[in-house]
Ligand binder design. Structure first.
Ligand code: NAP
Length: 246
């Protein structure tokens, strides 16, 4: 199938970003993934195959975002889509949330995402699509997620504004909102193996689909939002949670 679209995925080295990269490559998109850990990036690019490109870039650093945009521009010119996906989650009660965790989470999940979109504007085509990865935590409360929830709510809140401000550049912004999705994020969160097993079991047994959402479930939805099929959508939010928040 012919597909010349060029897509940048931040945080494409594992989980949802990686699954989306693999899905898009299979549909002949050209895909550039980023990550902040060289070892993970090299492995992901090797696993994705020859058509993928990896660029090391810590999304919490504006200098590194500038370098990322410059490298993409140099190699590809303008791009058709941007999946703003890089993110972290570390479980912490509200009372125990430190300034360091607050800053780390907001700097990656919100500030990084904010400036990634801003700095890519000059190389986003007219038309082009930006997809923001948020979470069901924005509308459904979970304990031990206060700063993560705030970071994702902040990100969702700007989609509306961007759709107005960037309209004349042909840039549309939509949101994918995953439910609990099995990925390396759980292990990195600081939760014990037992707590992770309980979480995944709970969301499998209570879900209308009878299983946990996988990164490969998110990929076709993101592809839809990046493709011309969603051309007239603006600030749409697609909840991909198997119905767990119903
Ligand atoms: N899994 C879920 O249940 C779930 C639910 C809702 C929303 N989400 C969101 O989905 C997104 C992806 O999560 P995931 O579950 O796929 O987790 P994951 O497997 O841990 O993947 C996170 C990706 O983001 C990258 N990343 C983290 N910090 C970065 C930084 N400072 N700069 C550049 N890249 C960075 C990681 O790269 P490195 O390996 O280099 O760190 C990795 O590629 C996140 O925004 C998350 O909040 C996940």
């Amino acid at each position: 199938m012919m597909n010349n679209k060029i897509i940048v995925i931040t945080g494409g080295t594992s989980g949802i970003g990686f699954a989306c990269a693999a899905y898009l490559l299979n549909l002949n998109y050209r895909v550039i993934i980023t990550g902040r850990t060289k070892e993970n990036l090299d492995k992901a690019v090797a696993d994705l195959g020859n058509n993928s490109v990896g660029i090391l870039s810590d999304t919490s650093s504006l200098v590194e975002i500038d370098n990322l945009v410059a490298k993409v521009k140099n190699e590809f010119g303008k791009i058709d889509g941007l999946f703003v996906n890089a993110g972290i989650f570390k479980a912490s009660t509200f009372e125990e949330t430190s300034e360091q965790l607050f800053d780390e989470t907001m700097n990656i999940n919100f500030k990084g995402a904010f400036f990634t979109v801003q700095k890519f504007i000059p190389i986003l085509k007219n038309p082009s699509s930006v997809v923001l990865n948020t979470s069901v935590v924005v509308f459904k409360s979970f304990s031990n997620t206060s700063v993560y929830t705030a970071s994702k709510a902040a990100l969702e809140s700007i989609a509306r504004v961007l759709n107005i401000e960037l309209a004349d550049k042909g840039i549309r912004v939509n949101v994918v909102s995953p439910g609990v999705t099995e990925s390396p994020i759980q292990k990195k969160s600081g939760m014990s193996d037992e707590a992770i097993d309980n979480l995944l079991e709970h969301f499998s047994s209570t879900s209308p689909i009878g299983r946990i959402v996988q990164p490969t479930d998110i990929a076709p939805i993101v592809e839809f939002l990046l493709s011309d099929k969603s051309q007239v959508l603006r600030n749409e939010k697609i909840i991909v949670d198997g119905g767990t928040t119903l």
